[in-house]
Design a binder for this molecule. Sequence first.
Ligand code: UDP
Ligand code: MG
Length: 281
Amino acid sequence: MTARRKPRVRRGAKGMPVLSVIVPIFNEALNIENFFERLMPVLDGLKVACEVICVDDGSIDDTRQRIVEFNAQDPRIKLLGLSRNFGKDIALTAGLHAATGQAAIPIDADLQHPPELIPNLIAKWREGYDVVYAARSSRATDDPMRRAASWLFYWIFDRFSEVSIPHDAGDFRLLDRRVIDVLNRMPERSRFMKGIFAWVGFRQIGIPFEVEARAYGRSGWSLRRLMRFAIDGLTAFSNVPLIAWGYAGALVAFVSLGAGTYFLILRCGDGETGKHPAVRR
Ligand code: UDP
Ligand code: MG
């Protein structure tokens, strides 16, 4: 399928970057050097003005210090430091607000998202797509618990949500400026980005990629955090939890009313003594 609309701007106007790479980073001191070693040559090869916005999401290792050092070597690398750990989706939102490029690409710092895919994302953008998402070919790098959790999440989401999100896509994607502007105007405090990316619409296409194993360290997603994330996503994009609680409330009210009526009748039937049968002597 070929997109019809040609992109409006593809060159950086007045020295503005064409591409903003947004990197949410939390405690990635061990990965950051390898990450830049792979990312920066790819950006050099694009031959367009780029910025790399590193959103330090309240790291407690020396990630922030390392970014400052890299900035001294290459001013395209910029630091946006958050005041505490807010979670990846908020970090990403902050990065999108700071981005000045004609397109933005969020990418993880742990090298699970290969920077070498960026030229392919750009190529599809140049064809006229507004969103080009990287679609993972397999979930082999996820542990069985995480795979089961995401299967269950998508199973519920597909049945009850008003938007449909591609199962194999994460945040690694290219977003055209038109999309970034819409995302930045959305006031939602619950930022379930996978859902928001799908909800905004526009001309979207996926390209496959092989997700790599995390280079160093551990995923920031504990089971508790994953569950909270899933519940956030479901409540933000479906009325079902609200309806379910509505029914639960109605059921409790109905049972209480029935019990109340029952005890009232019991009490009235015992009208001569005015005492509950249980306390009568
Ligand atoms: N991250 C973040 N804030 C967090 C947790 C993670 O900015 O609270 C960053 C992390 O440094 C990485 C990306 O988000 O660049 C993906 O995180 P992670 O690898 O933990 O997630 P997974 O790949 O397991 O989904
Ligand atoms: Mg990861």
